[in-house]
Ligand binder design. Structure first.
Ligand SMILES: Cc1cc2nc3c(=O)[nH]c(=O)nc-3n(C[C@H](O)[C@H](O)[C@H](O)COP(=O)(O)OP(=O)(O)OC[C@H]3O[C@@H](n4cnc5c(N)ncnc54)[C@H](O)[C@@H]3O)c2cc1C
Length: 320
């Protein structure tokens, strides 16, 4: 980036973005390809691959191609509208490599439409929250990020992050007021306070979120937001504070590959040489990038893996 003088900035927790357009990264990659005398065939789809005694034969839309080494870099299934396919997984299966079940990741989460109908008026509202769940090994995973309400569920960076850890049937927890001990703050705020509860809470959240969220939540007494905080029993305030800290949700699914930024799962990394990405069971066959079971957080980590695995593999192939 520095060699090519591409200006960039760090947005949040190591997430790196170009100041201008991502086109400058494409230019960088093109220029490096020119230096490496890369020959291009575009557009060109590979329809089938056969292993020969020595090397591989590819049936492509531009005819047959023979190669002594084959690097499979055709990514995952996220955003098929942009050309994503499952071809890497087809090849992995063809050559007997184990696959970790693929799923959409970095993806919005959807909820039961009837349950969500009372939250859907919040569509477009964002809030900074703490999201957490326990993964299958019961290790707590948490992200402090923005949440965005949508018509069908939740999106925003926080949800995209936690979606990579969520499994069907599991719940996620959202602390809508991180960094505050809300039960204690609400009880302390009662003293001589003539304000409505909604007004007190508006120091934390946008007013629209407070009224709609409290109203939509089955466990919260109706009309609570409009009551004077001084008249609300301590027990109710403590319970409200706890519910705001521990909003428990059961997603019914994700928004799918059409909206996902990556595919999690893919070729089991145990099947690959860790230094070269060559299949342990087949000489000359390599898998890199998103086709492998490596999924990064938001913020450039998936590109980083795609490029780093590409460099490691490229060096190994070049040394042949
Ligand atoms: C909308 C969106 C936003 C993203 N934002 C970020 C981000 O900000 N930061 C980040 O780190 N990651 C991001 N990602 C993820 C990142 O783009 C991928 O993880 C990364 O590009 C994977 O690189 P790859 O080379 O493995 O595969 P890809 O970049 O997916 O390239 C694979 C290529 O192979 C082609 N292909 C597939 N099948 C065939 C076939 N049979 N014949 C010929 N060609 C084929 C595909 O059309 C594609 O061009 C984003 C992804 C999406 C969809």
């Amino acid at each position: 980036m520095n060699t090519y003088r591409i200006p960039w900035h760090e947005k949040h927790k190591g997430q790196l973005f170009c100041d201008d357009s991502s086109e400058s990264i494409i230019e960088l990659l093109r220029s490096e390809c020119t230096k490496g005398a890369v020959s291009w065939r575009m557009p060109c789809s590979v329809n089938a691959v056969a292993a020969l005694n020595e090397g591989f034969e590819l049936q492509t839309s531009q005819g047959l191609i023979r190669a002594s080494e084959l690097v499979v870099a055709c990514g995952g299934m996220a955003i098929p509208q942009l050309g994503a396919t499952d071809f890497a997984l087809i090849l992995a299966r063809q050559f007997g490599l184990k696959i970790i079940e693929p799923r959409p990741a970095l993806v919005p989460l959807n909820f039961d439409s009837q349950l969500w109908s009372s939250f859907s008026p919040l569509s477009g509202v964002a809030a900074e929250v703490l999201l957490y769940n326990q993964d299958s090994t019961k290790k707590r995973v948490e992200f402090s990020e923005d949440l965005l309400f949508t018509h069908r569920g939740l999106s925003g960076p926080g949800i995209l992050q936690i979606s990579s850890y969520w499994q069907p049937g599991e719940h996620i927890m959202i602390d809508l007021a991180p960094n505050v001990n809300l039960p204690a703050v609400l009880v302390a705020a009662k003293q001589g306070n003539r304000q409505q509860l909604a007004t007190v809470l508006s120091e934390l959240w946008p007013k629209r979120l407070i009224e709609q969220w409290l109203d939509a939540n089955e466990n919260i007494p109706k009309g609570l937001a409009q009551q004077r905080i001084a008249d609300v029993p301590d027990k109710t305030l403590r319970s409200l504070g706890e519910q705001i800290h521990q909003w428990t949700l059961y997603p019914v699914g994700t928004a799918g590959y059409k909206k996902a930024e990556v595919m999690r799962g893919g070729v089991d990394t145990k099947m690959l040489n860790q230094k070269t990405l060559q299949a342990k069971s087949m000489k000359g066959l390599y898998f890199i990038g998103e086709a492998c079971d490596v999924t990064g957080w938001l913020g450039g980590y998936n590109f980083q893996w795609a490029w780093a695995s590409g460099v490691a593999c490229g060096r190994a192939v070049g040394a042949q």
